[in-house]
Design a protein around this ligand. Structure first.
Ligand SMILES: NC(=O)c1ccc[n+]([C@@H]2O[C@H](COP(=O)([O-])OP(=O)(O)OC[C@H]3O[C@@H](n4cnc5c(N)ncnc54)[C@H](OP(=O)(O)O)[C@@H]3O)[C@@H](O)[C@H]2O)c1
Length: 336
């Protein structure tokens, strides 16, 4: 298969390129050459998605059996790439997100849950996550409008694994590695269902090879792991016997803890970890155990390899002082 990846040098795109090469596909990655690092064996094609000339040159370098778009974040850029590549491409696989759903992150979701309508501007005070979902919804529309039944839309939930630049599991690994008393959010038996980047990539390539059209949620099975198992896996791989103090949701909310980022992956809603990916599972999605993802992420953090200093990593984590203060307040609350 002649495969073009729009992106391909950071996280999911990088993993896709590596796996596609292992499957003997001919892989071209399209980036500006500003960030990330090229995957050995993939042919880099430089250009900017914002440039009509660069996109026309990319189309002329085709034809492409499949384009996988991991880097399309705004509808204008995705509209430009779909229009430029329409006649030179068999199938367009677009990596979207569960943030497109109106119910994310509060409600349980399935493959047919309602999607946010795209509007060029959001309401006043729109959160970054809502803006991201609204714009990804517009990107999906741009893909399906041009490619119709030659479009494949993938909606992953939270993606973990080696090269994860947002740094959610890396933050927990580093925190546990420091040892001591760790502020653990909610309850240890709270189900979670992140998906490994390698399982997302494998399904994307499977969809490309098998010409699977339509939209697919991508997540590990509901209830396949718990927050307690995640932190226990961090203790195991770091070898540090940190002590976990589980502090209930309500107490964290009362302390004003910022959900999702200050304690990475913590959200109190019932829907956050109830994303049903039945359609993808029926079509062949398989997911590895969370402990394998944690172990491989720890190995990657400790070896020399491609790294990306991403602005989003700075949003993550609680300061040691604030963690200690909340733990002290929780201890006093329990005594009182
Ligand atoms: N992380 C999660 O938990 C999660 C969950 C759900 C969905 N997703 C989605 O998964 C995808 C993850 O992608 P990734 O980070 O792994 O992507 P990637 O394909 O590895 O990297 C993004 C690439 O895009 C290139 N790029 C950026 N702007 C460009 C432009 N204007 N023209 C040409 N190239 C450009 C960058 O290189 P240069 O800077 O060199 O151009 C970079 O190589 C995203 O679509 C995200 O929305 C992520």
């Amino acid at each position: 298969m002649r495969l073009l990846i729009l992106g391909g040098t950071w996280f999911l795109g990088r993993t896709l390129a590596e796996q596609a090469l292992e499957r003997d596909h001919n892989v071209v990655t399209f980036t500006r050459g500003k960030s990330g690092s090229d995957v050995p064996g993939a042919a880099p094609h430089r250009g900017d998605r914002a440039s009509d000339r660069d996109m026309a040159e990319l189309a002329a370098a085709g034809p492409w059996d499949v384009v996988i778009d991991t880097s399309g974040m705004t509808p204008d850029l995705v509209q430009r790439s779909t229009q430029a590549l329409a006649d030179a491409t068999g199938r367009y696989v677009y990596v979207s997100t569960v943030n497109v759903y109106t119910g994310w992150p509060t409600d349980p979701l399935d493959d047919d849950s309602p999607v946010r309508p795209y509007t060029p501007y959001g309401p006043p005070g729109e959160s970054g996550a809502d803006q991201y979902g609204r714009e990804k919804s517009g990107c999906e529309q741009a893909v399906t409008t041009v490619f119709g039944d030659r479009a494949t839309i993938l909606r992953p939930s939270v993606i973990f694994g080696p090269y994860e630049y947002v740094g959610r599991i890396p933050w927990w690994l580093r925190r546990i590695a420091k040892g001591g008393l760790v502020l653990a959010p909610g309850t240890s038996d709270r189900p979670i269902q992140p998906i490994d980047v390698r399982d997302v990539a494998a399904f994307a390539l499977h969809a490309a090879e098998q010409q699977l059209g339509g939209s697919f949620n991508l997540s590990a099975p509901i209830g396949s792991a718990t927050f307690g198992e995640l932190l226990e896996a961090c203790r195991q791989v770091t070898g540090i016997p940190a002590v976990l103090e589980w502090v209930p949701h309500d107490f964290l909310i009362a302390q004003g803890v910022r959900e999702w980022t200050e304690l990475p992956l913590w959200r109190p809603y019932p829907g956050t970890w109830r994303v049903n990916a039945a359609r993808a599972r029926a079509a062949g999605l398989t997911c590895r155990p969370l402990a394998d993802t944690v172990a491989d992420t720890w190995r990657w953090l400790n070896e020399a390899g491609p790294r990306l200093d991403h602005e989003r990593a700075s949003e993550l984590g609680i300061t040691p002082e604030r963690e200690a203060a909340i733990l002290a307040a929780w201890a006093a609350h329990r005594v009182g």
